[in-house]
Design a protein around this ligand. Structure first.
Ligand code: AMP
Length: 231
């Protein structure tokens, strides 16, 4: 399937349903997984990229920092510190071998389903009040340790400031969690075309309701709260 002039496969299409943007230049490079707390891996070399990993490995150390944090043996629930929607949470996997979506295999469907159910259960009260959420992953995350975004679809959060923020939630760069599960069940793994995904972050700014284009984030943010177009 072709998207925006690039040859790539995308979610849920065709028989080989879930090659996510087939790699154009090799697979993810990363160092060993499951390293010790705070250790570096080549996909996530910076200290700031280790924060979610550190929380996942030792959530008990962060209870005071994150008032609404919850955790169990398989995942941690926290509020996103730089929310891109009015409500924005993260479900962080605790398995140290899961750094990012490209690490997922068929055998991880169980943990993914638990993360999905967890996110749905924790937002039930808001959804009962009419708040819509999307649950899923950034195909190329910025932070180490697999984390599922649970984000209200308004995309009016105070942390949403840049084009790449917007496009990371409105284009196929965002991998819906239930489609990830379906793809793993059928194909066994995800293959991520980094170049294709990175190009999506550079696409023109577009309202996800009416599809009008905008030059700047402030213009788009002012528009999005007024746009009445039904999706
Ligand atoms: P991603 O692009 O999928 O790696 O998203 C990482 C998310 O983590 C972003 O939405 C950030 O706002 C969020 N984030 C970054 N640092 C922290 C932190 N210290 N605590 C909670 N959330 C964070």
């Amino acid at each position: 399937m072709k998207i925006e002039g690039q040859s790539m496969h995308c979610l849920g299409q065709g028989s080989n349903a879930f090659t996510v943007l087939m790699a154009s230049g090799g697979t993810d490079k990363k160092g060993g997984s499951g390293g010790k707390r705070g250790s570096k891996s080549s996909s996530f070399p910076h200290p700031w990229q280790q924060w979610l990993y550190n929380i996942a490995m030792s959530p008990q150390d962060y209870v005071g920092t994150y008032k609404s944090m919850e955790y169990n043996e398989s995942c941690v629930w926290i509020k996103d510190s730089y929310p891109k929607g009015r409500h924005h949470f993260l479900v962080v996997a605790r398995d140290p071998s899961l750094e990012q979506p490209s690490d997922l295999r068929r055998r991880h469907c169980g943990i993914l389903k638990r993360m999905l159910s967890y996110g749905e259960a924790r937002t039930e009260h808001l959804r009962n009040l009419g708040v819509d959420f999307k649950l899923g992953f950034h195909s190329i995350p910025s932070m180490r340790q697999l984390h599922m975004h649970v984000i209200s679809t308004d995309l009016t959060g105070t942390g949403l400031k840049h084009k790449k923020h917007w496009n990371s939630f409105t284009t196929k760069f965002f991998l819906d969690a239930d489609r990830v599960v379906n793809a793993l069940e059928s194909d066994g793994q995800l293959v991520i075309d980094r170049k294709g995904c990175e190009d999506m972050l550079k696409e023109n700014l577009k309202c996800f309701k009416c599809q009008d284009e905008f030059k700047t984030m402030p213009e788009l943010k002012a528009h999005i709260v007024r746009c009445k177009t039904e999706r």
